[in-house]
Design a protein around this ligand. Structure first.
Ligand SMILES: Cc1cc2nc3c(=O)[nH]c(=O)nc-3n(C[C@H](O)[C@H](O)[C@H](O)COP(=O)(O)OP(=O)(O)OC[C@H]3O[C@@H](n4cnc5c(N)ncnc54)[C@H](O)[C@@H]3O)c2cc1C
Length: 512
């Protein structure tokens, strides 16, 4: 997985430059923070270790295909309400993107012939699910309707920093019922709500999968706030794919950042956050170059931030407590395929989830995720060809201690196994292959700079909803975190929320 193009050239600056804010990393969380601050007049420097921006929302090009590194199912591009955070983030720096609406969020292929589609149309989805569980028709509606209540609370208010008391007061007096609603749901998990209305064990398994496919934990460990957002916004703002590929989001944010007078450097790996008197004052790059700023933001994971960029032995007590509550999720085994168009049966949807045995949902290479973005944007592949990106959870331990040859052999073997499983949805897939590339947890670690290639933090045990997820400020003065290691967690729209919140908190702290 490596990029073939560089979005902009590094910008030379003198070593002693003083910026308002330095952002370590140009994932969507980092870029939204940077652009929010730049749009308010701050002088921001983004330092990205890789060659292009985007992190897990980046892209790479091979033989006429443009592959998304990770994310392809994109929330946050709606046109109404307040939860359309990607649209809003781009707009803040006078940018926009053409998007292509996806009529179906997921086509599920689950055990016991539970095959169904989550339609953009809410009623159509409820009907299709209820047809599989007619005895639970009422419970299904009550569960998903309750998720709408969560969403409606969120969608009534501007989503900014919950660490900023004046904003909280403003929001509370403007939307008292929405705030009380959110306070009620904040400590709850989706499983608590599901079991209130649903008894059928197989249907509860389905709700587990509905959560697992983006939170990588079952419903009991999935915060109700996140579930409310995902289960409703897919029918409200909908899933919309950015024309030109997911990489366009970061590319456009960078364009807006530069037009707003701020800067980004690529190939700039931060190795150390500089502290003076216990306060974060700057960063040091692998080249030895140092930069200073009034505020430092880390878009790296918390494990990378507090164990590598800062001395692990000096980890603040609050981080140690956090690490006892949250653990690293597995990474992914990613199979990027270029295929002949005839491989896809007519009417194939863009996103699929495949699982053959409920007991294996959370296992290594258990659940299989599939995205075919060329069904929405054919320009991402050569004529009469499609991209199939298939990925499945995989732990770093599976891939360590192998000789280079054993590593290659294992990659080939798992790719073959995965292709065989995919043949149940796409018969004839192996004969239609035109291009194949495998990414492992080692690939994710190397190219995304994420400890063990993790997808992000997951609760060690059942926690009180989102209450344990940290906001953007840290125990170290002047240092903030943003991205999926902070409230509200993984996913592009979620990290955009974190970016809005981080930008807002810093703007208040700097008096912007
Ligand atoms: C396979 C896969 C599929 C996914 N599918 C979806 C999906 O369909 N929909 C969805 O919404 N989400 C999806 N996600 C999740 C989503 O992509 C992530 O939650 C989100 O992109 C994380 O953004 P971030 O800003 O927190 O961090 P990242 O994307 O990890 O970005 C962090 C950036 O910081 C840089 N960096 C790290 N350390 C340093 C350093 N020391 N110095 C300089 N730079 C550094 C990295 O290079 C990287 O560019 C998927 C993720 C994966 C891996």
């Amino acid at each position: 997985m490596s990029a073939q193009s560089t979005a902009s050239k590094p910008i030379a600056r003198s070593q002693c430059s003083e910026y308002d804010v330095i952002v370590i990393g140009s994932g969507i969380g980092g870029l939204v923070t940077a652009t929010q601050l730049a749009s308010k007049g701050a002088k921001v420097l983004v330092l990205e270790r890789y060659l292009i921006p985007g992190g897990s929302a980046g892209y790479f090009e091979r033989e006429g295909y443009r592959f998304d590194v990770g994310a392809s199912m994109i929330f946050g591009f709606g046109t109404q309400g307040t939860t359309n955070l990607l649209t809003r983030a781009l707009k803040a720096v006078n940018m926009s993107l053409d998007t292509i609406p996806d009529p179906v969020q997921i086509h599920y292929h689950l055990p016991d012939n539970l095959t169904l589609k989550v339609h953009r149309d809410y009623e159509k989805f409820l009907q299709e699910l209820s047809a599989h569980f007619p005895h639970e028709q009422e419970g299904i509606r009550r569960f998903y309707d309750e998720c709408w209540k969560v969403f409606n609370c969120l969608n009534a208010m501007e989503l900014l920093s919950l660490e900023e008391p004046r904003y909280l007061m403003r929001v509370f007096f403007g939307h008292p019922f929405a705030c009380l609603g959110l306070t009620k749901y904040l400590p709850q998990n989706a499983g608590d709500i599901a079991r209130r209305y649903i008894q059928d064990p197989k249907l509860l398994k389905f709700i587990d999968m509905e959560c697992y496919c983006w939170s990588v934990v079952p419903a009991d460990k999935t915060p109700a706030i996140n579930a409310g957002m995902v289960f409703s916004d897919r029918h409200y703002g909908g899933i919309n794919y950015p024309k030109g590929g997911v990489g366009q989001i970061a590319t456009k944010l960078v364009e807006g950042l530069i037009k707003s007078g701020s800067e980004i450097q690529y190939g700039a790996r931060v190795t150390k956050i500089l502290l003076e008197g216990g306060r974060a004052v700057g960063v040091k790059l692998a080249t030895g170059q140092e930069y200073r700023a009034k505020r430092i933001v880390s878009n790296a994971t918390r494990w990378d931030t507090f164990e590598k960029l800062l001395p692990a032995e000096a980890m603040p007590a609050s981080e140690k407590r956090w690490q006892k509550r949250y653990q690293k999720s597995p990474s992914f085994l990613s199979l990027h395929l270029g295929v002949k168009a005839e491989v896809l049966p007519p009417g194939t949807e863009c996103h699929h989830i495949l699982l053959e045995d409920w007991q294996k949902m959370e296992d290594e290479q258990g659940t299989v995720f599939v995205s075919i973005p060329t069904l929405l944007d054919p320009d991402l592949a050569p004529p009469n060809h499609h991209i199939i990106h298939s990925f499945t959870p995989s732990w770093m331990e599976e891939w360590q201690g192998l000789s280079p040859q054993d590593y290659q052999d294992k990659k080939e073997a798992v790719a073959q196994r995965l292709i065989k499983r995919l043949e149940t949805i796409f018969p004839g897939l192996s004969e239609g292959l035109d291009y194949q590339e495998v990414g492992t947890p080692r690939t994710h670690r190397r190219f995304l700079g994420r400890d063990d290639g993790t997808y992000g933090p997951i609760p060690q045990r059942k926690l009180a909803g989102l209450l344990g997820m940290p906001f953007n400020r840290t125990a170290i003065a002047g240092l903030y975190c943003v991205g999926d290691s902070t409230f509200p967690g993984q996913g592009l729209n979620a990290v955009a929320f974190s970016g809005f919140a981080c930008g807002h908190r810093i703007a208040v702290d700097l008096g912007l």
